[in-house]
Ligand binder design. Structure first.
Ligand SMILES: *Cc1c(COP(=O)(O)O)cnc(C)c1O
Length: 370
């Protein structure tokens, strides 16, 4: 009997996304074994952190790496670094930052809920730009001696009205203001592990528990050595702002194993699976009155991953999209899918196994063909 069965917690088919509320992702092969092995012995944790960081930096073509307890924790940690700028005596002041550089620049139209992780370190967000674009002058006007950092929240590899990353770097670097990319959900493509930092970002952040399929409570901070070396003193086992966002030896060994696994995957084969899965859903839902399935691209995070988009005509169907999604969630097996705009919903192959794709098609057909 599995532990989930014993607890009476139904397992879900996640055709939605790498969502924390559903468990993020499945652990990659070998990760659980590495965690189990790591849990058997005592080691010096700062030394292990440093060794794992060195290895992940090497694997991802970055100067340095620090493993945080998730991408959200990484936001807090790197912000703490930018506010205190390596001055040890300032660590214990956080999150009170009145006399410190405590402004962080973001593009207004790219704000995400996760920026609470940045604000937690005691900073204030300064918004620039609008949906139709941001000018270099708006960034120049926002910069001042109180600026701690500038953050990007990309959706895909090209900017959507934000100042190009390269331009922001050109303006910020001479002033010593780090440019940081929160790329938590930007894997695949795997090249993002190095492309944001090659394009000049001082730091790029990734979730360990999304595309990498490592432990849920891990996140990578990749980039400039000087900033990364300043991370550890703010975090466990030290008693400062990120003490509560601890990463254990099990998670450290788990995320290293996941990064190695991820980099060894055949990205083209993975894309081909995504396409087959989407084609199976689209073909399987063809010819039902009031149901219009098609391939949609890219996904909600701008990643090069296709999804099946299913448009419903509620008058023909006699039930709403939300009623259908609720029925799938309440059914056996329970299936979680993302709502789209109006009467549409998505099937996302990124978190699915082949047989789950067939199950989803069957369950949708059962619900729709009365
Ligand atoms: C998922 C996500 C996060 C949080 O990642 P965790 O690893 O769950 O902490 C932060 N920022 C963005 C843009 C995300 O998509």
């Amino acid at each position: 009997m599995s532990i989930y069965d014993e607890l009476g917690i139904p397992r879900l088919i996640n055709g939605n996304a790498t969502l924390t509320r559903l468990g993020g992702s499945r652990l990659a092969p070998g990760v659980a074994a590495a965690m189990e092995e790591a849990g058997r012995d005592f080691v010096d944790i700062p030394a292990l952190q440093a060794a794992i960081g060195t290895e992940i930096a090497r694997l991802t073509g970055n100067e340095a790496c620090y493993v945080a307890s998730g991408a959200a924790a990484a936001l807090t940690l790197i912000t703490a670094v930018c506010v205190t700028r390596g001055r040890a005596e300032l660590r214990e002041k956080l999150p009170f930052t009145d006399d410190l550089p405590n402004e962080v620049i973001v593009h207004r139209h790219t704000r995400v809920g996760y920026d609470f992780g940045i604000r937690m370190a005691g900073v204030r967000l300064v918004e620039i730009g609008g949906p139709n674009g941001t000018t270099a002058d708006e960034l120049r006007r926002a910069l001042n001696p109180r600026t701690a950092a500038m953050f990007y929240f990309p959706r895909g590899t090209t900017e959507r009205g934000e100042l190009p990353l390269e331009t922001a770097v050109e303006i910020c670097r001479p002033l010593g203001v780090p440019v940081i990319v929160d790329a938590a959900a930007q894997l695949p493509p795997r090249s993002n592990l190095w492309s944001f930092t090659r394009r000049g970002a001082d730091i790029a952040i990734f979730s360990g528990g999304k595309g990498l399929r490592g432990p849920q409570s891990t996140g990578l901070i990749l980039g400039r050595r000087e900033l990364i070396e300043a991370c550890a003193p703010h975090a466990a086992p030290n008693p400062f702002i990120c003490r509560g966002m601890k990463v254990g030896k099990e998670e450290l060994c788990g995320i290293l194993t996941a990064v190695r696994w991820y980099l060894a995957q055949d990205e083209a084969a993975e894309s081909a699976f995504f396409e087959r899965a989407v084609a199976e859903v689209v073909a399987g839902l063809q010819g039902i009155a009031g149901v219009a399935p098609c391939r949609d691209f890219p996904n909600e995070a701008g990643q090069p991953v296709p999804r099946a988009l299913i448009q419903l005509d509620p008058t023909t169907m006699g039930r709403s999209r939300d009623e259908l999604l609720a029925a799938l969630r309440a059914g056996a097996p329970s299936i979680d899918l993302a709502a789209g705009s109006e009467s549409s919903f998505y099937v996302n192959p990124q978190t699915l196994e082949p047989e789950e794709v067939s199950t989803i098609v069957r369950r949708i057909r059962e619900e729709l063909i009365v």
